[in-house]
Every structure is written in structure tokens, then in C-alpha cells.
Design a binder for this molecule. Structure first.
Ligand code: SF4
Ligand code: SF4
Length: 151
């Protein structure tokens, strides 16, 4: 009998609606309002790669040793260099990083002896094409430029 009264008066429906409307208060919204609110990523998150430059001189910190390329299990890093005839040191010319094949394991940054290569906390890596995921030296030095969204 009680079951039938519940059904006739739609009490279950009303109870459900009560829960729904109770959650409409802005203070109860649990969904992260991205992109207006930037999410906090974990401290050890590994995201967009960056090729660091010396802030004092503006020169690249990379010594073109190729260790990151050797350490990468995916072989997705290509380091181009030439030898300076005066100093006999290798000088970085090009640096290519194929993000589409990267698994962000961090082995490359661990292998770098001068902390030139770093996986940062930037997470906005989407691209409309596969070619857009192949970053050259300029992109790696300047970093991604996230879009700012406006209403
Ligand atoms: S994070 Fe891993 S997969 Fe990506 S480039 Fe570095 S070593 Fe290769
Ligand atoms: S390991 Fe570091 S210094 Fe060597 S080529 Fe890679 S980024 Fe440059």
C-alpha cells in the first residue's frame, strides 16, 4: 500500500528533484570551470618539453651532446650540431622533438647533463595536426602559447 502511495504521489521523483535542485547552488558546483579556472597539476607532472636558455646571456644551455636523443626509447629527439672551428666545441644548430610519440617518461631530461632539457608543467599540448606536434628549437625555447579565452 505504501508503495502505491509513493507511486501515485510521485514521491520518489520529488525526492530526486530535491537532490537535483539542492546541487544547483554555485557553492555546490564540483566541476572545474576550465579554462577560466586553471587546474593545479601534480608537482611531479611531466608536460611540455622546454629547451632552457641561459637567462644572463640568452644562449642555449644545450651543449648538443645528444644524450637525450640516445636515452629516448622512442628515438623522437633529433639534435643537430656543428663544430666551432675556433673552440672545437659542438654548437647546437637544430633541435626537433616529436611530441606525438612522446610518453613523457622523463628519461631524456634525466639524461641531460646540463639541465637544458626539461619537461614542464604546461599541459595544453593539443594540436589540429600531427605536424603541429613536432616542435622545433624555437618552439622548445619559447614554449607553447596557450590561448586565452574570452566571453
Ligand atoms: S619523455 Fe621519454 S619518450 Fe618523451 S622524449 Fe623524453 S625520453 Fe623520449
Ligand atoms: S642531453 Fe641536454 S645538452 Fe645534451 S643534447 Fe640533449 S638537451 Fe642538449
Amino acid at each position: 500500500m505504501k508503495k502505491w502511495i509513493h507511486k501515485l504521489l510521485l514521491l520518489d521523483l520529488l525526492a530526486g528533484l530535491r537532490v537535483t535542485f539542492r546541487q544547483q547552488r554555485p557553492s555546490n558546483i564540483a566541476t572545474e570551470q576550465y579554462p577560466e579556472e586553471r587546474p593545479e597539476v601534480a608537482e611531479r607532472y611531466r608536460g611540455a618539453p622546454r629547451l632552457n636558455i641561459n637567462p644572463d646571456t640568452g644562449d642555449t644551455m644545450c651543449i648538443a651532446c645528444d644524450l637525450c636523443a640516445i636515452a629516448c626509447p622512442e628515438k623522437l629527439i633529433l639534435v643537430g650540431s656543428e663544430r666551432d672551428p675556433q673552440t672545437k666545441h659542438k654548437v647546437l644548430t637544430t633541435f626537433t622533438y616529436d611530441l606525438s610519440r612522446c610518453m613523457f617518461c622523463g628519461l631524456c631530461e634525466d639524461a641531460c647533463p646540463v639541465d637544458a632539457l626539461e619537461l614542464t608543467q604546461d599541459f595544453e599540448l593539443a594540436s589540429y595536426s600531427r605536424e603541429g606536434l613536432i616542435w622545433d628549437r624555437q618552439m622548445l625555447e619559447e614554449g607553447p602559447r596557450p590561448l586565452t579565452y574570452e566571453h
